[in-house]
Design a protein around this ligand. Structure first.
Ligand code: HEM
Length: 159
């Protein structure tokens, strides 16, 4: 049987494998030559409580008044008027009353904690303090501003 130059068999026979079984473009099965492919640890999946998917989080945001998500009285001025000191931030560090700061913004993450795909233990590491570095270490691609927009309490003061 003849094959074309790329080793493809137009009739789809056993020669049609591409890349060819011994090609350098294939990942090496293990030891013994070929390309070395770094083996990643399997992702540790966290089981969230029922009703805590990202879609449920979106629904909660749609159906809950903003001041409730912010955890503030209804007449509280909008977030850009509210300055929050580090001391004040520190006083909100329990699961029932949990704030964190990311990129200078202070969020009430109390309603979000049980929705966190990385688990409660992980997100609580940023409770009551600036969580920017931890946040970026694990998932700099996640858009916290968007995900937590209704939970924005105010702005972290510089002093
Ligand atoms: C308010 C802060 C946070 C928000 C909004 C947030 C949000 C998220 C989101 C959306 C994911 C899913 C990402 C994906 O599947 O691509 C995730 C996963 C994760 N988060 Fe967070 N997170 C926050 C804080 C933290 C902190 C402080 C830590 C660590 C100390 C952390 C550790 C993780 C880990 C380990 C995962 C799992 C990553 C994986 O499945 O590979 N997160 N988080």
């Amino acid at each position: 049987m003849t094959t074309n130059p790329r080793g493809l068999d137009p009739k789809g026979g056993s020669n049609s494998l591409f890349p060819a079984p011994n090609s350098a473009q294939r990942a090496a099965p293990s030891l013994g030559g070929g390309l070395a492919v770094p083996q990643r640890q399997p992702r540790q999946k966290v089981a969230l409580k029922p009703g805590h998917s990202p879609l449920d989080w979106a629904a909660l945001n749609r159906n809950t008044p903003k001041h409730v998500m912010r955890g503030v009285p209804p007449q509280t001025p909008p977030p850009h008027y509210i300055r929050i000191s580090k001391e004040e931030l520190k006083s909100h560090k329990t699961k029932e009353d949990c704030w964190t700061s990311i990129n200078g913004k202070v969020f009430n993450i109390t309603p979000y904690v049980d929705f966190h795909p990385g688990g409660v233990g992980e997100i609580m590491k940023c409770a009551g303090r600036d969580g920017t570095a931890l946040f970026n270490k694990y998932h700099s691609w996640v858009n916290a501003d968007r995900m937590l927009e209704n939970c924005l309490v105010g702005v972290l003061s510089k002093d």
